[in-house]
Design a protein around this ligand. Structure first.
Ligand SMILES: [Zn+2]
Length: 506
């Protein structure tokens, strides 16, 4: 018998944690964070407490309180009823892609639970671990005490050097290369989404074939990948489809500037061409297809794209990896410069007054090689050359504009999603205020300023999802990753609605 338990990813967008059990073998399809629910409970000033992290997340059903899943250092410190001798409750996590709503809570799983993922997902998680405090692939033992220099006891976070690093077990997947876990066989199929290395899966179980769509679209840079998923699934015959429906709500009729990634590329090129001074741009930092759209636009306009250190680090990881080398331009490319912002002491750009090694100390160890590259630029070295640049700035790095001082004729290209809740709308107002202040967008009576975004979503719309379901024609369908589960009943006649925390027995 096969059973499927939904600990996230039903009745909401993302947070997929879908346990598929066949006989004695259980795998989780993704192990992500339920972003919507997390943001509805926690805030910037009230975060889950690290010392009680699992309990805090159990409290609001954000993690399943099951034995045999979580890290020993966390369960022991929290005195959670867990017999460490319990065998692992999961035989594997099958990761579709490395967006946080699919991968984030992997950090709290026992490192002995292997994660099957694409080389691209591995690099993205590796980048997160190096540049932030996440512990997706490498974890340090938390809450352990060590003797300090004065003979007393300290927690590891006070004596980082002594910490033991634990490596998570990873298995690399390849397009159409099947692999077995217990009685289940998995066929990963590369699909198109707004993140490199996203895979859907066909899962051959003892009860029949499951199609797991992950997050899928048909209007990105590689619609042929997603079409291959549909064609293969239809050819194999699908008994049960776990189908995403993020954008299943019928369109609101709002006119968008672009419908496909190639239109994004074309429009961005036109906007950069028409700009006589500095072009500032904002796009999703890890959507490397979108990065490629901007890269190709600056090449056509004979400018340079000044990316940030984080994107440079990600591209560096890709160009150093044997599987991913050559997919994207390297950071030494003629059309790429790296913008180094002012950090703690703020002395970058004042090399004549301060010691170079002192300036380097402003940056994390992961960033220092990049800061020293010959194509690393800053506000001072860019002065007088604004018209040869498109400069990437995120919504959180706009204070650099105070140093850069864009002149008349400068513009801003917004290539990010529009707000879908009040909090985002209020954040966007702030961003617009900055851009109006620096003359990058025009003020507007009703919306502070107007930026006419050039963006396409990572998810298929109503027509694309309907078409996919019709072509695959599964016997049964369970809606996932959507707030519009009920709308699936209009496009399929055997829809099973499974509430959060419930199990579908098959
Ligand atoms: Zn997602």
């Amino acid at each position: 018998m096969v059973s499927i338990s939904f600990y996230g990813g039903v009745g909401e967008v993302g947070g997929n944690k879908i346990f598929v059990k066949d006989g004695d073998t259980t795998v989780s399809l993704d192990f992500g964070m339920q972003m919507g629910k997390v943001n509805s409970i926690w805030s910037e000033f009230q975060q889950p407490r690290k010392h009680s992290l699992l309990m805090d997340l159990f409290e609001f059903d954000l993690l399943p309180p099951l034995p045999g899943l979580y890290r020993k250092d966390y369960t022991e410190h929290m005195q959670w009823k867990e017999d460490w001798k319990n065998p692992d409750a999961l035989d594997a996590v099958i990761l579709s892609h490395a967006h946080v709503d699919h991968c984030d809570y992997i950090a709290y799983l026992r490192p002995s639970i292997p994660v099957y993922c694409s080389p691209e997902s591995k690099l993205i998680m590796e980048g997160f671990d190096a540049m932030s405090s996440t512990e997706y692939l490498t974890s340090k033992e938390s809450f352990k005490t060590y003797e300090n220099t004065k003979g007393g006891l300290s927690y590891t976070h006070k004596s980082q050097k002594n910490q033991v690093k634990i490596q998570r077990e990873l298995q690399m997947i390849e397009n159409h290369k099947k692999f077995k876990i217990g009685p289940m066989e998995f066929e990963p199929i590369h699909i198109d989404h707004s993140l490199p290395g996203t895979y859907g899966f066909l899962i051959y179980t003892s009860a029949g074939t499951i199609a797991y769509t992950a997050d899928i679209r048909f209007h990105g840079s590689h619609p042929e990948w997603s079409r291959d998923f549909v064609k293969t699934a239809a050819a194999r015959g699908v008994d049960l489809m776990l189908c995403e429906g993020t954008r299943l709500k019928k369109e609101d009729g709002k006119k968008r500037l672009a419908e496909t990634e190639s239109q994004v590329r074309q429009l961005v090129t036109e906007r950069i061409d028409a700009c006589s001074n500095l072009t500032v741009c904002g796009y999703p930092p890890r959507d490397l297809d979108r990065f490629m759209s901007f890269y190709s636009a600056v090449k056509d306009s004979d400018r340079k794209l000044a990316i940030d250190i984080r994107q440079a680090y990600t591209l560096k990881l890709f160009s150093e990896d044997p599987h991913c080398r050559g997919m994207y331009p390297g950071i030494d490319d003629d059309h790429i410069d790296i913008f180094i912002p002012k950090k703690s002491s703020g002395i970058i750009g004042r090399e004549d007054e301060f010691d170079y090694p002192l300036m380097l100390q402003d940056y994390g160890t992961w960033a220092r090689d990049i800061v020293q590259l010959s194509n690393a630029v800053n506000y001072s070295s860019m002065a007088g050359q604004h018209s040869s640049y498109a400069l990437y700035l995120s919504d959180y790095t706009l204070s650099n504009l105070i140093d850069i001082r864009p002149g008349p004729g400068s513009t801003y290209i917004r290539s990010l999603t529009e707000p879908f809740n009040e909090e985002m709308a209020s954040d966007h107002k702030k961003v617009k205020r900055w851009l109006v202040h620096f003359g990058l967008i025009k003020p507007h009576k009703k919306e502070v300023g107007r930026w006419n975004p050039i963006h396409v979503s990572g998810h298929g719309d109503h027509a694309q999802i309907t078409d996919m379901v019709q072509q695959i024609s599964p016997k049964r369908l369970i809606p996932i990753h959507t707030e519009y589960s009920h709308l699936f009943e209009e496009i399929h006649d055997s829809v099973e609605q499974v509430p959060l925390g419930q199990t579908f027995e098959w």
